[in-house]
Design a protein around this ligand. Structure first.
Ligand code: 5GP
Ligand code: ZN
Length: 104
């Protein structure tokens, strides 16, 4: 499958991870929409958050989201999962946007 976030999560492009755990990786968005704009991406491919059913995967993803929000923002942030092209999704591998106007 030709999925850019599978390749990033697998280390193929040498993208620097700002954090990671067993289930997910976090890295800077290439086109930031706020002072802090981090993508948190499960290592296993699903197309969008609606397809992400495995409890351990969900837990791992949300643990990393919380860690990133805590360590990379001042505690005020937005959490966004664009789902479907009409709603702004452009990469069809599940990912959370962590956005904040104040870095930690
Ligand atoms: P979506 O629009 O699907 O919710 O978000 C996809 C995000 O991925 C966009 O904000 C876009 O800037 C980011 N993005 C797309 N390709 C790459 C890439 O190769 N590297 C990084 N770091 N971010 C990417
Ligand atoms: Zn993928």
């Amino acid at each position: 499958m030709d999925c850019i976030f599978c390749k990033i999560a697998g280390g193929e492009f040498g993208t620097e991870f700002v954090a990671q755990n067993d289930h997910a990786v976090a890295f800077l968005d290439i086109n930031p929409q706020a002072k802090v704009h981090i993508l948190v991406v499960p290592k296993t491919h699903t197309s969008n958050v609606s397809e992400l059913e495995d409890p351990q995967e969900l837990l791992g993803l949300f643990e990393l989201i919380r860690e990133v929000a805590k360590t990379k923002t001042d505690g005020q942030f937005r959490l966004q999962f664009n789902t479907g092209s009409r709603e702004g999704q452009s990469v069809f591998h599940t990912h959370a946007h962590v956005l904040s106007n104040q870095a930690n």
